[in-house]
Design a protein around this ligand. Sequence first.
Ligand code: ADP
Ligand code: MG
Length: 392
Amino acid sequence: MAKKTVRDVEVRGKRVLVRVDFNVPLHEGKVSDDTRLRAALPTIEYLCQQGARVILVSHLGRPKGAPDPSLRLDPVAQRLQELLGKPVRKLDQCVGPEVEAAVDALQPGEILLLENIRFLPGETKNDPELAQSLARLCDLYVNDAFGTAHRAHASTVGVARLRPAVAGLLMARELEVLGRLLSAPDRPFAAIIGGAKISDKIGVLRNLLGLVDSLLIGGGMANTFLVAEGYDLGRSLCELDRLEEARSLLAQARERRVNLVLPDDLVVAPDKIAGVEHRVVPVNAVPKDWMALDVGPATVKAFRQVLSSARTIFWNGPLGYFEQPPFDEGTVEVARSLPAGAVTVIGGGDTVAAVTRAGVADRITHLSTGGGASLEFLEGKELPGVAVLEDK
Ligand code: ADP
Ligand code: MG
């Protein structure tokens, strides 16, 4: 069911606690990629315009429940301030009397940013006392952090139970676009699944087999399927303990008449290093001590063929070891061939990075900000941070 959003409730004058996903990469004390900050701007700007008193809370990195000076949110406040063109007051604590005093002094349209919430051990334990302390700061709770909605933490679930709780605009968009893939995708619906391992994505693969018309498999994950089919892939990345699982997925695809496409050819090399010699071979001719690091041109062509007539495309997982050119070629070529007329949804941190690198991000319908969360959502699981929000 659709969730209430910030647009469905009165926010004027209210103290609004917004859980955002400001888990951004830092480099030398600066935000090196502000995509996640930009993604949160519509909700923050809307709330300010409507005269809400905005209190932002996020985690950054994995500080393990104790303060870590390298993971303070000061660089985030700095960048956010530039993006918004207005002051963002950053506090050095998350809860407590000083924070409460700052919140009391907050005027409509003003913004506070709390310290990294994972500095407190109660966050990931969903500690009721921390949830209470967060609830004391607000009249309304907003979750705009789709990327952490699959975790039941104090700032995603605990506090949401104690106050009226609605979705932010980014969260709403994620739920709408990903929800559509599960409920009513335009057909044909094709999914491209790559990345390193089957074991990360079994649940998604299984669920997708019940939804898609075609399933295109590439990347390290395809190796396990190919080995399961009897090919010798040399020293390629492969999960030998997942061969049965791979066979069962192949059988399920046949049963459901899903057009499951595995690579026909691969780019192979003796090692995963820069400048290494490499060549294209059919899947039955991988040299003994070599490894498959990308899909080959015949595979790209076959994938393109399927994608050209698709009306909905979901893609998670690069098709090769894309961090090291030339093994990014398969991924880049497929990214460039995504049809402009189709609904295209990309999920996964590495996949979004790869598609952005291919220079086609602006042609994509939706780049999901949630890696693990988007996969759990497409597995058909209910995300705890979503379940707790009010229904429309
Ligand atoms: P995402 O972050 O988009 O969900 P994953 O994390 O599942 O994607 O997978 C991305 C990783 O998979 C990348 O680090 C990439 O190098 C790796 N990968 C893809 N294909 C191969 C391959 N053939 N051999 C080794 N690594 C691969
Ligand atoms: Mg990844």
